[in-house]
Design a protein around this ligand. Structure first.
Ligand code: NAP
Length: 659
């Protein structure tokens, strides 16, 4: 019902939709005919005519603002489920009645906007869920609809209702989905500002500001305007400040996935973009009706979206009352259901399926493979033979949304990572995947090394504890806080040599060391075990005897040295492969093939190398000290290369590669 501008956006999704459009009604029957003809549907001049002629179970209400409630009411009365454009109604009581009617008739009622389900907003919700911001106490929300007479070809319906019932519904719906109900409007003010040269004036005030108090969350200052142009600096942005950090969402209503849209800042740090590290498609307008239809097909009659929409109408009425009579004004109406947020920001269905060989191992082994974030951040402090301080970069990576961090006792900075994880602005460690490694000198003291790492990281257990190398060297004592010692002492402790200057090895088999590692798993100190820098033969030795199989194998891997046999062997057995040093092979980032593929995807060569690794189910763990590179590499994980591109990159493999 309603064949105006927004109807064409809904109709655009029909070719790929399970929904069939059978009828289009509009009081302007010519408009109905044009939309109906292009979608093989029948046209009607009124809703009643259409309801009479069509038994279709779902009505999508795309009429003008003021007509929504009446159309929804008539469709519900005709026993149809309804998806309605925003707002649900223009009066609180009317909105509540619609929800009540739907519920008592066993009908589904849902309303736009559906932007809380869009990828960027869901990604933002995952940051809210991991506890990094602490208590969120303050927010700023903008809905700068702009001069509707300039950008809308049929602005009358907008001018009649004002910016609250149009633009403000976007931030309000998202905030209510995230934080639950608004308790009261503390203050509100509205202005009748409009250019004198404009022939048509808004009937409602053109600019409204209000301060909203959520029952369980922040106080939010809302500005909704027809006067402030929609190209103003703050358009539909939302900024939330917690005790421990801040979140900035550039456009609360956007349904797409632009990289810079979401930014996050831990306490005392600058904002950094937080890109989505897995492939996502923008959602379509039609996703709302589709979701409702799918629920109805499952035998449900959901009204939770309608309830949230009714609460938003209640908030707007309260803002209007507060602007007219002064605040505070309580918000009436039922408590809307909140939308649950995922705790980690990545879910198994977003995880990259590890690719096994055709004749691969049993499927249940692959199914048991760890679901890891697609990319991790390397915390080593080595850079071209020098030591660098990584802590600021690790903080940036946390803010950008990396959820896997690769550490080791050798890196000497685990106590500082622990301090960072305990500091305001860091997510709950349970939302991260953390690794550490025992160094070569500690193969006989695996338990003490692991306990030391855990104490420094501030953890009870580590997600994966790994053997840094298969080689065993002479014990030199604890390596705790290695980075705080003078460089020569660090070298002597970590790289003991014999009289000939070769590594001072000890006679200790890989199987013996692995058995000690298994003891850590038995004690619950390591949730999984891993091994680094192994050959396939060494891996076979470990797995042949192991009571607890390695869950992760970490090796150097990049296009020059892809190690396909090892990767395939691991994937066949449900072992995940992590690629260390994925970007730093000399000349790799300036290989013409990499540069061309990167340019075709509009990403950097480093991001293309990340995408290549992620696409074959391998988790790259690049490091960087440059905030732009840190974000770039994370965003690279969302790209997938084509088979032809992957094949081109395969040509770079160099069996003699060494460094
Ligand atoms: N298990 C092991 O034995 C082992 C061995 C080595 C490494 N690792 C792990 O692997 C991690 C990464 O290895 P790595 O640090 O040796 O090497 P890497 O990640 O392959 O490369 C880091 C280098 O690449 C540059 N870089 C990163 N992103 C870039 C981008 N987007 N554009 C341009 N340049 C970029 C960095 O410079 P900028 O700082 O300027 O960005 C730095 O010079 C380590 O931190 C460690 O966790 C493990």
């Amino acid at each position: 019902m309603g064949a105006g501008a927004v109807a064409t956006r809904y109709a655009a999704g029909l070719p790929d939709s399970p929904l069939d459009l059978v009828g289009v009604a509009d009081l302007d029957v010519g408009r109905a005919e044009s939309l109906a003809t292009s979608n093989d549907a029948a046209a009607y001049g009124s809703l009643d005519e259409m309801l009479e002629a069509e038994p279709a179970p779902l009505v999508v209400n795309l009429t003008s603002h003021g007509a929504h409630a009446g159309v929804t009411e008539r469709a519900l009365a005709a026993d149809r489920h309804v998806f309605t454009e925003k707002p649900l109604a223009l009066e609180t009581e009317r909105a509540a009645e619609l929800v009540q009617t739907a519920a008592s008739s066993g009908l589904g009622l849902a309303a736009a906007p559906i932007s809380h389900r869009a990828p960027t907003q869901r990604h933002a919700a995952s940051f809210l869920a991991d506890g990094r911001f602490g208590q969120i106490r303050l927010g700023y929300a903008y809905a700068h609809v702009g001069r509707v007479t300039e950008w809308h070809d049929d602005p009358d319906s907008f001018l009649a209702v004002g910016p609250l019932y149009d633009g403000a519904v976007y931030p309000l719906s998202l905030l209510v989905a995230w934080f639950g109900p608004v308790k009261r409007i503390r203050t509100a003010d509205s202005l009748d500002v409009w250019p004198e040269r404009e022939p048509r004036d808004p009937e409602a005030d053109s600019h409204v500001e209000a301060t909203l108090e959520f029952a369980r969350g922040p106080v939010v200052r809302l500005a909704a305007s027809f006067y402030a142009p929609h190209r103003s600096r703050e358009f539909y942005s939302l900024e939330l400040h917690g005790d421990d950090g801040s979140l900035y969402l550039g456009d609360v209503g956007a349904l797409d996935t632009a990289v810079e849209r979401l930014q996050v800042a831990g306490s005392g740090r600058d904002y950094v973009p937080a890109p989505i590290p897995y492939p996502t498609d923008p959602i379509e307008y039609l996703a709302g009706p589709e979701r409702l239809a799918a629920a109805v097909e499952r035998g449900e009659s959901p009204t939770h979206s309608g309830k949230r929409a009714a609460h938003v109408v209640g908030i707007i009425s309260a803002i209007e009352r507060a602007a007219a009579d002064g605040g505070p004004v309580p918000v009436e109406g039922s408590e809307p259901p909140a939308v649950s947020t995922t705790a980690t920001g990545w879910t198994p269905d977003q995880a990259v399926e590890i690719r096994a060989s055709d004749g691969g191992g049993p499927g249940d082994l692959r199914a048991a493979a760890l679901d890891l974030p697609p990319i991790g951040f390397g915390c080593s402090r080595y850079r071209d033979g020098e030591y660098v301080d990584r802590i600021e970069s690790i903080a940036t990576a946390l803010d950008a949304g990396y959820r896997l961090f690769d550490s080791a006792e050798l890196y000497g900075n685990e106590h500082r990572i622990g301090d960072l994880l305990a500091a305001p602005g860091s997510p709950d460690p349970s939302s991260l995947f953390l690794t550490s490694k025992v160094w070569n000198t500690n193969h006989g003291h695996v338990a003490a090394a692991c306990e030391g790492s855990l104490a420094q990281l501030g953890l009870d257990a580590i997600d994966c504890y790994m053997l840094h190398w298969p080689d065993s060297w002479e014990y030199q004592g604890s390596l705790e806080r290695l980075a705080e010692r003078p460089p020569a002492e660090q070298e002597a402790l970590a790289f003991p040599t014999d009289e000939a200057g070769d590594p001072a090895t000890v006679d200790q088999t890989l199987e013996e060391t692995w058995a000690r590692m298994e003891g850590l798993h038995d004690r619950g100190l390591a949730r999984s075990l891993g091994v680094c820098n192994v050959s396939l033969d060494q891996l076979r030795t470990i797995t042949a005897e192991a009571r607890i199989q390695p869950a992760i194998v970490q090796v150097e891997s990049h296009p020059y040295d892809p190690k396909p046999d090892l990767v395939e062997w691991c994937h066949d057995r449900g072992i995940r492969v992590m690629a260390h040093s994925p970007l730093s092979a000399p000349g790799l980032r300036s290989e013409p093939i990499i540069e061309e593929i990167a340019a075709d995807h509009g990403i950097s060569p480093a991001a293309a190398i990340v995408a290549w690794n992620v696409g074959r189910g391998v988790v790259p763990i690049p490091s960087s000290n440059d905030p732009e590179h840190i974000v770039d590499n994370l965003a690279g994980a969302a790209h997938r290369l084509s088979p032809a591109e992957t094949e081109r990159i395969a040509a770079l493999a160099d069996p003699s590669f060494e460094r």
